[in-house]
Design a protein around this ligand. Structure first.
Ligand SMILES: NC(=O)c1ccc[n+]([C@@H]2O[C@H](COP(=O)([O-])OP(=O)(O)OC[C@H]3O[C@@H](n4cnc5c(N)ncnc54)[C@H](OP(=O)(O)O)[C@@H]3O)[C@@H](O)[C@H]2O)c1
Length: 286
């Protein structure tokens, strides 16, 4: 049985959908905080059990009978994230899983300037120490985050942010398909994977240019200092620690931490990954 965590989130849901195209529903289980949000899965014959990364006993129950567990990284950071991931790894081992698949990041690095990358690096170390075979899917930066950084640029004609660097934006959909392949095609991806990325690295000026071309409205890339940007976020109600963390994203991208472009995702999918142009076009069409 393959167990997927986070199936009520965007990535986990998409992975589960792709898996349902590859394996019978009876061989799939999900571990979710709120089972009532996963009725669509129980209706299709998928085992739905309650599992919370903060409750080891719930995970042991939710992972029962697992041959593989896919852990979608938690949307927390720092000590909390590492504790939650360790709890999930321990529960997968206790359930007798033969392999753990984890959704890591291309920028996983203990010395990163962007905190979530240090969390991914620490989780990968925990996987290596677990004694269980594992695959750490080193995801490209989510294209959805690129759209989020574009903010209201399409309406205002200005993309305002601190100095940044190139990022190899990659879609949830492509990464979900890659995860489903990793879980069902033994031996395709083992251990720390190469960066699973889109085919080009683009900075925010590039995204502004794409937005201009597609919308027919000029978008200017406006640079502000880190301090100014942080003050703006806090004024809009973003909690200070989160604003600080986001500044780390710009600092890390300036260092080129997310600039690697790798052909592995295209090879795995057997087609070119979606581009940021596709993503911006889809968002404009909505
Ligand atoms: N590669 C990148 O560029 C990038 C960018 C942003 C985030 N991420 C990481 O990728 C992950 C998946 O992204 P996403 O877009 O699918 O995020 P998402 O929609 O926010 O989904 C996160 C999932 O984690 C679950 N979760 C959170 N805390 C949990 C806990 N204590 N126990 C069990 N499950 C818990 C959530 O459950 P509920 O549905 O109950 O809330 C949700 O299903 C994020 O959590 C984050 O770690 C990566």
């Amino acid at each position: 049985m393959i167990i997927v965590t986070g199936a009520t989130g965007e990535l986990g849901r998409s992975i589960t959908e792709r898996l349902l195209e590859r394996v019978p529903a009876a061989q799939l289980g999900v571990s979710v905080r709120s089972p009532e949000k996963a009725d669509w899965l129980s209706e299709r014959g998928v085992r739905v059990r309650q599992g919370d990364f903060d409750d080891a006993a719930s995970l042991r129950h939710a992972f029962e009978g697992a041959s593989q567990v896919l852990i979608v990284s938690a949307n927390t950071t720092g000590e909390a994230a590492l504790r939650q991931h360790r709890t999930a790894i321990d529960a997968a081992r206790a359930a007798g899983a033969e392999r753990i698949v984890y959704t890591s990041h291309q920028g996983a690095n203990p010395a990163s300037l962007f905190t979530p990358m240090t969390d991914h690096a620490a989780t990968e170390a925990a996987l290596q120490a677990s004694g269980v075979a594992f695959t750490s899917l080193r995801h490209g930066f989510y294209a959805a985050s690129g759209l989020m950084l574009m903010g209201q640029a399409m309406q205002t004609g200005q993309l305002i942010a601190p100095k940044d660097g190139p990022v190899s934006w990659t879609t949830h959909a492509d990464l979900a398909e890659a995860a489903a392949i990793a879980l069902t095609d033994a031996g395709r991806l083992d251990g720390l994977t190469p960066p699973l990325t889109g085919a080009s690295a683009l900075d925010l000026a590039d995204l502004a240019a794409i937005g201009s071309q597609l919308s027919g409205r000029p978008i200017t890339r406006v640079f502000v200092s880190d301090e100014e940007y942080q003050a703006g976020m806090i004024a809009r109600g973003v909690p200070e620690p989160q604003a600080e963390m986001l500044l780390g994203l710009f600092a890390a991208s300036r260092q080129g931490e997310f600039a690697a472009v790798d052909p592995s995702l295209e090879r795995l999918l057997g087609r070119p990954p979606m581009t940021m142009r596709d993503v911006v076009a889809a968002s404009l069409a909505q």
